[in-house]
Every structure is written in C-alpha cells, then in structure tokens.
Design a binder for this molecule. Sequence first.
Ligand code: SF4
Length: 452
Amino acid sequence: MNHEPKIGFVSLGCPKALVDSEQILTRLRAEGYAIVPSYQDAELVVVNTCGFIDAAVAESLDAIGEALTENGKVIVTGCLGAKGHVVRDMHPRVLAVTGPHACEEVMTAVHLHLPKPHDPFVDLVPPQGIKLTPRHYAYLKIAEGCNHRCTFCIIPQLRGDLVSRPIGEVLQEAENLVRAGCRELLIVSQDTSAYGVDLRYRTGFWNGRPLKTHMTPLAAALGELGVWVRLHYVYPYPHVDEVVPLMAEGRVLPYLDVPLQHASPRILKAMKRPANADDTLARIRRWREICPDITLRSTFIVGFPGETEDDFQHLLEFLQTATLDRVGCFSYSAVDGAPANALVNPVPEAVKQERQARLMEMQAAISAERLQRKVGRTLQVLVDAHNEEGEAVARSSADAPDIDGVVYIEGGMVLPVGEFAEVRIVDADQHDLYAERCETVRSKRKNHRSNH
Ligand code: SF4
C-alpha cells in the first residue's frame, strides 16, 4: 500500500486566510497527503499566518516557533509571509516562506520537502506538462484575458479581463521546462507588458525569494535559468524600456514582438489601440540606442473600415522610418461579434489586397537590408531540425519559431537538434540566413594558412 505523507496544518487569521488554507488543504488531499492533528504525527507542518496587527504578528511568530520546536520542518505562508524577513529573522530554520494566496508556491515547497505519493495515473504526466512543441522550446503563458477593447477583437469577450498567473507559479513552470530539456522559453499572453496590473504588481515568491508580479522582474528571473527567453506581444508602454537593458546584457533575447496594427492616428483611434505612432517611433529609437542588436517584430492590419489612401501612406511612412526587422500584415476581415463590424466605409476587398501587397513589397526590401547586415557575423543559433539537403535548420535570437525566418547551416547534420551552435553567416535573402559551422570556418582558415 502507498505510504501517505502526513502534514500538520495551523491556520491563523481572517476569513480570506481561511479560504487560502482551504485551498491548500484541498490540493494536499487531492494529491494524496494525509492531514494529521498533531505535530508528532506530522512529517511537515504548514503555518498560515496573519500579519494584520502587532498582536497577530506575535501570535503567528509564536505558532511558527512552536511548530519548529515540536516538529522541525515548517513552511510558512499567509500575510506575515509577505514580510519574509520578519519570519526569517526570528526563525531562520523555516523551510520556505510565501505570501498570502499562494497555493501554488506552498505546494511547490511541500513537494520539495515532502514528495507527494506516487499516483499511477497523474504521474504519467511529466512535470513540465504535455507539450505540443518540440522538447527544446516551449510557450509559457503568463496571463489570460485582456483589459483592452480593440474594436476588431473579441478576445476580451471570449476570455475576459486580464488575469495574471502568480509569478512563483510561472517561474516554477519555467524551471520544470528547463529541467526537462527546454532551451527556449517563449513568453506569451494577450498583453505581456500588462502582466501583474490586475494583481497591482503584488509580491509573489519564487524559491522563497520575493518578486513583484511585473514583466521586468519576471524577465530578469527567467534570464537566470540559462536558456533563451523571448518576449511576445509586448505593447510599447514606457516601462518596456526597463527590459531592454536586460537584452543588452544578454539576460533575455534581444527580441521584441510588438503588435502595432497601424500608424495613422485616425485608424488607431478607430481601432481603440493603446498606442500612439509618434511615441512608438521615439521608443523604438531609444530601444535601439540601448540595445543596437534588438530585433523588432510587429503585425499590421490594412483595409480597416474607414482607412483612406492617406492613412495607408501614413503607415508606409511609419514603416520606412521604423525599419522594423520583421513584419506580418493582414488585410482586415470582420470577426463575428467585433465592434468594428458596425463601422462605416468598409474598404473594398480588392483595395485591401492591393494595400497588403504594397506594404509587404516595401517591407521585404527593409527586412532584406536588415538581414544583409548580418552577413559575416558569428551568431549563436538553436538547431530545430535537419533537412533533406543535409543542412541543419536553426534559428538565431532574431527568429521566433514558425513566424520568422530560419538559418540554414551547410553541413549541419552533425549539429544535434535541440542544442545551441555557433555559426558564421555567409548569405541572406528577404527572410532567411545561410551559414556555415564555426568549426568549418576555423578549419578552412587553417587550411588556408597551411596552403600559403
Ligand atoms: S487585440 Fe490584443 S490588446 Fe486588443 S483587445 Fe484583442 S487581445 Fe486585447
């Protein structure tokens, strides 16, 4: 018969803390832990604390002290846990400290110090979950829903307002993925730069370390995992400037996917987009000053209802000035239930198509010119596959899977899929780069020297 690991639970504080205790107890029972009524019977004790008034703080600290004396293995959660130093100063032996409403973080700490019993069904699922992507990269969703109300979009109707995942939970998932062999984390949500707004940037915990639920500390912490971290769907808010230095320092990939959708103020207003094209241009200049290597990707919609030739020209001029590295362009099509459907002056289908083609033709020249600048450089790439031509198909920091270009590496069959490699870029076209392995380059140079 399975041994049931035994946990003692002390619940202090108000009804909100009680609900937190109930959630944790429910998870513990669901995972097969037994809840026992005495310190002596328990293999570990969780203390849910209160930190509201001084008397409550004192009571909580006493309860932690008692659990440490009587049992010795103690995890602290709850309001007093939000002031982690108060707990650790008085009781440095506690195993972990988390803030309130932190069921996931408590469970992570419990798993670490008292592994959960084997469940033959649930344990078939690997710790990183079941992924549809190759083992070496994974999408990491940090929030669900959206607080914007862009008129062409029904995501807020479908998924509701923004709900950010606790930062400790996100980082734990990232750690599990890296442990399972993931080399690249692709951070996604509807609006990554808004991460934590709904939680008022509350402090969460990762391995006992307090971290604000905010894009910048999240990106910095992900950068510590030693894998590529790529940020998608980032809006050009002022605070995005804070993550660009992390890119310049090599802690996260110098890559930003910024969906801009248009540049004409009239159309952006009709779309109810949260951005202004002039500010965006200034921001892009600033990002490039801080991190000259940054790759900027964006998507645009042409043929939005009411878009005139002037609006479209405005967009083309914006693209000429912004010189983005990667651009996707869609011609507007109505989505059932979207407010934009009620707008007047729809653009005829033929005009939409023609504008899309003009935009893509112009951008292709810009993208090609930017790729050409990479010829002759040595880049780190991540190998995705081998092809029938005997090449490795890889991606550089500038290439997100499926949406950007790739790097073809001549003679790359020896490079293992899912691993990083150093390559020298020898050619480029509008989308892709062509490279040779650095060893090849070195041996060629050697040959070159020995021949002369
Ligand atoms: S387009 Fe993006 S930002 Fe706008 S409402 Fe939809 S999900 Fe939100």
